[in-house]
Design a protein around this ligand. Structure first.
Ligand SMILES: Cc1cc2nc3c(=O)[nH]c(=O)nc-3n(C[C@H](O)[C@H](O)[C@H](O)COP(=O)(O)OP(=O)(O)OC[C@H]3O[C@@H](n4cnc5c(N)ncnc54)[C@H](O)[C@@H]3O)c2cc1C
Length: 460
């Protein structure tokens, strides 16, 4: 058996793991990353990036098709056809470029990558095949896995988001089980690619993690696109003999939905099984590894970051935790205490939540001003053919410090940066209202929401 010694050993080369490694390399810490599949993890290979690539293909196809039928913009074009094989090739090209880039960055920072599945021996020893690696600090960054439903095992026509991101051909009909962000992002993309899509959701509305006012424009767009919604319905089983998904309606009656494919998107769970994590006997927080404000587990010098350490399971959180852990190991004083972590749904329209919603503020006992500004009164939104949605600000009534931003509308994912910055910098309504926002931009709705909260919106 080969033996390697290092200061820092990271299990998992996803955004959490590879960012830890890059920063550790920059700080001169001898570092090894073990990755069982592909550098970049879920995010680059089967998550954030491929889903946004597919959404872009779908949007381009949908817009071309729209103009081929009726174009208020005066564009005439023949009805488009789609070579999904080529689309996937394009998406794979982006994934390839990014994962190769990660490998190059690790090399540049003198990080050693060991390919294979790590198995824990103890808090300072890990085995990968016939290699034993000893370390002083261990970072667990093993990510998460799709939650499976026992009555809908993945296989054949029943697929997870991973298969949905690499279709060889498109089905005629698809039922998406789960109306959360992954199910809706993919469901909307498939619909725009011409597939008949239905969504089955157990709760009484889509995107149940967000408030109803915020999700209404997405609900309206689903209707416009012809996506059928089965809310308060629960799944029983899929019968592959006659391509039927059996679901229960709110009265308990059975409904048979004919479909060629079922996409199961009911959430993700921390990846804590199958690599002998039990050997460390760490304190857990439900299904995830329990960590403190420095991402330290209950064992000294063992850290957990990213999805394996629980919610919010987002790539940018994993990266921020990883950067901090590398700095801690180098001896710097750090803690993970962000004011806010933006959550974005790349649905149509897009949705962003940063910091406290009006309900969160109320629950925290804060007396807040809540003010919103509609995109219907924003020139840039009109030029993008989209008037739906709004920007909403939540600010303390006593000192006007902003505690939250939410937005729904075309392209609002890009507003998440300004929202997060304003919260981290402790901005007040007057700071945003007094900043000159470029015209014509969607950002003017951000300024107007702040102005309106102060009682003097200019454009409504
Ligand atoms: C369809 C989809 C869309 C998404 N879209 C977004 C989005 O738009 N924005 C966003 O912020 N997040 C999104 N996410 C979530 C995001 O992908 C995750 O939050 C992020 O990848 C978590 O990073 P991580 O480093 O914790 O884990 P992962 O990215 O899951 O990486 C973990 C890595 O560890 C490896 N590994 C696991 N066990 C071992 C072992 N024993 N030995 C060796 N290697 C091991 C795995 O192979 C994997 O490469 C999406 C997820 C999905 C599925």
């Amino acid at each position: 058996m080969q033996t390697l010694n290092t200061t820092l050993l990271i299990i998992g080369g996803g955004p959490g793991g590879y960012v830890t490694a890059i920063r550790a390399g920059q700080l001169g810490i001898p570092t090894i990353v073990v990755e069982g599949q592909s550098l970049g993890g879920t995010c680059l290979n089967i998550g954030c990036i491929p889903s946004k690539a597919l959404i872009h293909v779908a949007e381009q196809f949908h817009q071309t098709q729209r103009h081929s039928q009726h174009s208020a913009l005066g564009i005439s074009v023949a009805a488009p056809t789609l070579d999904i094989g080529k689309s996937i090739e394009w998406k794979d090209g982006i994934v390839d470029r990014l994962t190769t880039g990660v490998a190059a960055l690790l090399k540049k920072n003198k990080v050693q990558v060991v390919q294979g599945w790590a198995r824990i021996i103890d808090g300072k020893t890990v085995e990968v095949g016939d290699t034993r690696i000893h370390c002083e600090h261990l970072v667990l960054a093993t990510g998460s896995k799709s939650v499976n439903l026992p009555m809908l095992p993945i296989g054949g026509p029943v697929i997870s988001s991973t298969e949905a991101l690499a279709p060889k051909s498109l089905p005629k009909r698809m039922v998406v089980v789960g109306g959360g962000y992954i199910g809706l992002e993919l469901g909307i993309a498939y619909r725009k690619l011409g597939v008949e899509v239905s969504v089955v959701e157990a709760q009484d509305r889509i995107l149940p993690a967000y408030d109803a006012e915020l999700t209404q424009p997405v609900h309206d767009e689903l209707k416009k696109l012809g996506v059928k919604l089965y809310l308060k319905h629960s799944v029983q089983a899929f019968d592959s003999n006659n391509n039927t998904l059996r679901v229960s309606d709110p009265n308990g009656d059975t409904l048979n939905l004919e479909t060629d494919q079922v996409l199961v998107a009911v959430g993700r769970k921390p990846n804590t099984q199958g690599w002998n994590l039990e050997a460390l006997n760490l304190d857990m927080n439900g299904a995830s590894i329990k960590v403190d404000h420095r991402c330290q587990t209950s064992m000294r010098n063992v850290y957990a970051i990213g999805d394996v350490s629980g919610e919010p399971m987002l790539a940018h959180r994993a990266m921020a935790q990883g950067e901090m852990v590398a700095e801690l190991i180098s001896g710097k004083t750090r803690e993970f205490n962000p004011t806010a972590i933006a959550a974005v749904c790349f649905t149509d329209p897009e949705l962003v939540v940063v910091g406290k919603t009006p309900d969160d503020a109320k629950a925290a006992g804060l007396d807040c001003i809540v003010s919103s500004f509609p995109f219907a009164a924003n020139g840039r939104a009109m030029t993008l053919e989209s008037k739906s949605g709004f920007v909403r600000v939540v600010a303390r009534r006593d000192n006007h410090v902003i505690v939250g931003w939410q937005a729904v509308g075309v392209g609002v994912s890009e507003l998440s940066t300004a929202f997060a910055q304003s919260l981290e910098m402790g901005a007040r309504l007057e700071d945003i209202a007094g900043t000159i926002h470029a015209h014509p931009t969607l950002g003017e709705a951000v300024q107007e929401a702040a102005l309106r909260a102060l009682g003097h919106a200019l454009h409504m």
